[in-house]
Design a protein around this ligand. Sequence first.
Ligand code: TTJ
Length: 636
Amino acid sequence: MEHNKKNGYDETQIQVLEGLEAVRKRPGMYIGSTEQRGLHHVIYEIVDNAIDEALAGYCDLITVTINENNSVTVSDNGRGIPIGIHPKMGISAAEVVFTVLHAGGKFSGESYKVAGGLHGVGAAVVNALSEYLEVEIYDGEKIYKQYYERGKSKAPLAVVGQTEKTGTKVTFMPDYQIFETFDYDYDTVLSRLREQAFLNAGVKIIFEDRRKADFTSKELHYEGGICSFVKYINRNKQEIHGDVIFVTGEKDGSMVEVAMQYNDSYVENIVSFCNNINTTEGGTHETGFKTALTRVLNDYARGNGTLKENDKNLSGEDVREGITAVISVKVHNPQFEGQTKTRLGNSEVRGLVEGTIGTKVQAFLEENPSVAKKIIEKAMTASRAREAAKRAREMTRRKSALESTALPGKLADCSEKDPTNTEIYIVEGDSAGGSAKQGRNRAYQAILPLWGKMLNVEKARIDRVYGNEKLMPVITALGAGFGEDFDVTKLRYGKIIIMADADVDGAHIRTLLLTFFFRFMRPLVENGNVYIAQPPLYKVEKGKMIKYAYDDKELDLLLEEAGKGAKIQRYKGLGEMNPSQLWETTMNPETRTILQVKMEDAVAADEIFTILMGDKVEPRREFIEENARYVSNLDI
Ligand code: TTJ
């Protein structure tokens, strides 16, 4: 009652409504996008609130459910959002949480709660962007409930029953007036929840996807925290020392935890977090880690005589070859910088991490000489390989200087030079390459046919890329170098389109090229320059009508449309299409579909490549069996 009286024309309430209106007007400002990424973002926003309660030590179970109707339910067994009337606002604290922007951390007393950027925009933003939202709070005695539509409540929080439980349950339906899609990606949400389960050791997160009749339920629960995370990342790789190295440090209220383990690959995989937010652009914590690791390993190798007086120091890259590390820092006033606000800027963190690694990893090495020996040996081998690669690189440079940096002979270049307009089709097979050359628009489309034996870069060090007859033409055609020397500003084509047959061999060549781009030209993948051409699978012909189907569903539709007597041709390879068909179905920007390769999650991408290209057979077989249907749409 009082609620209504006080709120009718109350100024704070008007501000609240204006705030929510602003969110609905410019949702992108608050959740980044209104496409799938934003849809996922609203789930995470709500989950983060439950995680905060877990961090405060009052909750150990969180369930996240995507319901059949695409609404989402998140619940926890914490203390329940406070229900008391907020003295200034005259409404329940719970209502404040759901209607006032940036109210999130005020009640939780959570000192590491993050403000700013896209993070921590809170429950109010989700509420404003939901067609409806329902909250239930259990305080051990009563059940309280409140219902909102597009951020507005018709009635205050009310008692609706009795309970012995405590906790909070929120169900929300993302608003169709705001979001362009309701297609949550199960794997993306799962890996983000898993990440949170690793970062919050002991918390159990149950994830259920009820959109299918035979719905799945996953329990994510890791007592080992970020050590479990490292083991998880390395689970399909061969580790070179059994136990994960784990160190922690603390200074002036900031904390750091690092877990690391080497595997026998050549890949460096460092994943970092600040206040549980994935800092994909790195920052001071990563810099501190790298500096200290290089110094500690060099000191150790010098100290025990593995590095002789005349030997050069091990480089940063040498000591990180094959490392998997998770760095997690907690900071009071995090500064997030960079394009996506995911680079940590706090300068004091560098010193904290450097100091912690410096003393604790050094101590570890001294106490575990056999592990130390394996790590140092690995870095020494890396160093020798790097020297060999350098010599090879210098040779290629010298050679290409003689050959006046010629473009590859088989490249059919386009006439335009401005990379914002140009594309290159990398085509497997000479006959398809021929059709593509004839069918293309030569003004802005270049064609590079591939030949020769492909190198599995997952199993090879960088030195073997030099001189590889299949990869070198790709490198010279793109013009931007690779590995350490890669310079995206020199790229000669804005779109790099891989065109291969829709069969097993085609899938293989696609994966190999993607692996190469991912490992040696990663900015290409990060910037979204890489695409996969989608040639049709069928041609349906009846009388004068010719149409193409890109999957079986489309084929069924076309056949229905065409009626009896339609002729179907199944394309086994690109080579079966003549140049004009290839142009029309696969290359003409007006009519083609091309899949952009995206990198949502570097850990997941790394995992896919490790599985597909690495040494362990069993996980590869499992992956292919599980994903057989989706392999043609591989989104890393
Ligand atoms: C705040 O301090 C007093 C006791 O409760 C604390 C609190 O806010 N706990 C809390 C909030 N637990 N769970 C939530 C929560 C859970 C979900 C799913 C959604 C939201 C917005 C909050």
